[in-house]
Ligand binder design. Structure first.
Ligand SMILES: Nc1ncnc2c1ncn2[C@@H]1O[C@H](COP(=O)(O)OP(=O)(O)OP(=O)(O)O)[C@@H](O)[C@H]1O
Ligand SMILES: [Mg+2]
Length: 507
């Protein structure tokens, strides 16, 4: 006899149904799992044996074969224990067949029969809904995240025995209830722009970046407030849509980083250190996991001390900055994760940090400064619309009263500018000004004659490239949106010109 049962495997953030067939046939005692299982799946055998032993169930001394299909997809993860165990219970006629055809099972087994938490329960629940599975049996630890998906009966369970009794109709497991979400708790969501004294220019740049979704590079002497501003960015960015909440939560579910209540409803802020490896940023590794760039999806990826990152790590940013996705190569296949983040970076003007400081002398040589800056490649800088010179804070600045404007006031303006963009780009494939390129720029950023004259003068004065020109247009469009203006005007371009790339300040 053959028992059939269903679970999932993950490809990027999406789940795919895996059918498991379990057969017990006469022959030499063996327990084989076929269908491209990875080592964690193969080890299921020993965990299942242990759990069955704890339940007082002996596996027959026969040939046990577990087949995972489709056979040509790599199966990764520790969640295969539970479905295989239920398949065995079914083929051994310990549990009846009803319930099982419309159900998905996921869970890792402990040797004592306990069911342990897994990653990817949220994508599994979404998959269960789209593929019309009625029930989802998963570990207690994953109940909250799966409960956010409506239309599927989610049964969190603690122990294999409990689930067995439920399937035998001896007890009734209760379905998961959607938990209450408490107020924002992450530190970045509690930081406020009113803490930043002075720095009006940099704060304005942050507002423009938030409103148009522009990437931003801040350059300034140590202790001028660059990290402070970056950490406050998520507090002024437009709120997440429900689709974004789902996507972000799915990525965190796969990384095993969801909070207790099981959903992420605030913009993520990720700040990997410059010693982080390319794998930590991109994802992948031995067990395919989303990296920092994907964990920042929908929020901010902040790279502090940008030139300190190894160049090959910085180059990995290019694909996600262009496509909003990152593809990770695995042994025999590729995995693609979403990585549509807003890129915010900070750096000092020179290796010693003090180039341009009014009182502290710079001790770096021109050669050192050149090498430091050369670490940032042209193509990377091209993807950054706003280049902001952050001035040193003076003691007078620090003695100013706290800024009157707080993050909530700035966010209101950002929200209004963002609403104008969504309205304008309804028919286009984009949603914000930072995504304007090529023909879309011509269509959405028409310039009047005096604006064209100003741009021509600026391009001659600053030796502006075509890319630089487009960058100014995109930023000017956002500045116009913040002002509620229909068309780009001269003051918007003049302001946008202040955020152009300043390649090398003279000593
Ligand atoms: N504009 C400011 N308003 C209020 N406090 C400030 C300001 N700038 C700096 N500080 C104080 O200095 C500390 C360091 O600031 P921050 O870490 O943002 O500097 P930074 O520009 O990132 O420096 P570094 O180049 O060394 O990384 C802050 O924690 C804060 O206490
Ligand atoms: Mg800093």
């Amino acid at each position: 006899m053959i028992a059939e049962i269903h679970t999932i495997t993950l490809a990027g953030i999406h789940a795919q149904t895996i059918q498991i067939q379990v057969q017990i046939a006469p022959g030499i005692a063996s327990f084989n799992i076929v269908g491209l299982p990875d080592s964690a799946v193969k080890e299921s055998r020993d965990r299942i044996r242990g759990a069955f032993h704890a339940l007082g169930i002996a596996l027959p001394a026969k040939r046990i074969t577990v087949s995972l299909s489709p056979a040509d997809i790599h199966k990764e993860g520790n969640h295969f224990d539970l479905p295989i165990a239920i398949g065995l219970l079914k083929v051994l006629k310990i549990v009846p067949h009803d319930h099982i055809p419309q159900s998905l099972f996921l869970g890792e087994l402990g040797l004592d029969g306990s069911i342990r938490g897994i990653v990817g329960a949220l994508p599994a629940a979404i998959h269960a809904k789209t593929k019309q599975f009625e029930n989802l049996f998963l570990p207690q630890a994953n109940g909250n995240e799966a409960s956010w998906v409506e239309g599927v009966a989610v049964y969190p369970c603690n122990h294999l025995k409990e689930l067995m009794h439920h399937l035998q109709n001896k007890i009734r497991l209760t379905t998961a209830q959607t938990p209450e979400v408490s107020a924002p708790t992450s530190p970045e969501n509690q930081l406020d722009f009113s803490d930043v004294r002075g720095q009006e220019f940099a704060k304005r740049a942050a507002e423009i970046a938030a409103a148009g979704g522009h990437n931003m590079l801040m350059c300034g002497t140590p202790g001028s407030g660059k990290s402070m501003i970056a950490k406050r960015m998520v507090g002024i960015m437009p709120s997440l849509s429900s689709q974004e909440i789902l996507d972000i939560s799915m990525i965190h579910s796969i990384a095993g980083l969801l909070p207790d209540h099981g959903i992420i409803h605030q913009k993520p802020f990720r700040e990997p250190h410059h010693t982080a490896s390319a794998v930590a940023l991109c994802g992948g590794g031995l067990k395919a996991k989303p990296g920092e760039m994907s964990l920042a999806h929908g929020g901010v990826l902040f790279l502090d001390e940008l030139p300190e990152f190894p160049r090959q790590v910085l180059e990995t940013l290019r694909q996600p900055l262009e496509t909003g996705e990152i593809t990770v190569s695995r042994a025999n296949h590729h995995v693609t994760y979403p990585a549509n983040f807003q890129f915010i970076a900070a750096m000092n003007p020179s290796p010693c940090g003090y180039l341009g400081h009014p009182s502290i002398p710079c001790t770096s040589t021109p050669k050192q400064i050149q090498n430091y800056r050369n670490k940032l490649s042209g193509p990377l800088l091209d993807r950054i619309d706003l280049h902001v010179d952050v001035a040193p804070v003076s003691i007078e600045d620090m003695q100013l009263p706290p800024a009157k404007e707080n993050s909530a006031t700035i966010k209101k303006r950002v929200d209004q500018a963002y609403a104008l963009q969504t309205q304008r780009y309804k028919q286009a494939s984009i949603s914000k000004n930072s995504q304007l390129y090529g023909a879309l720029l011509d269509q959405y950023c028409p310039l009047s004659a005096d604006c064209i004259t100003l741009m021509q003068k600026a391009s001659e004065k600053y030796a502006m490239s075509a890319r630089g020109y487009h960058r100014i247009l995109r930023v000017a469009r956002t500045i116009a949106d913040l002002a509620g203006a229909q068309n780009i005007a001269k003051p918007h371009i003049s302001e946008a010109l202040m955020y152009r790339y300043i390649p090398y300040k003279p000593l």
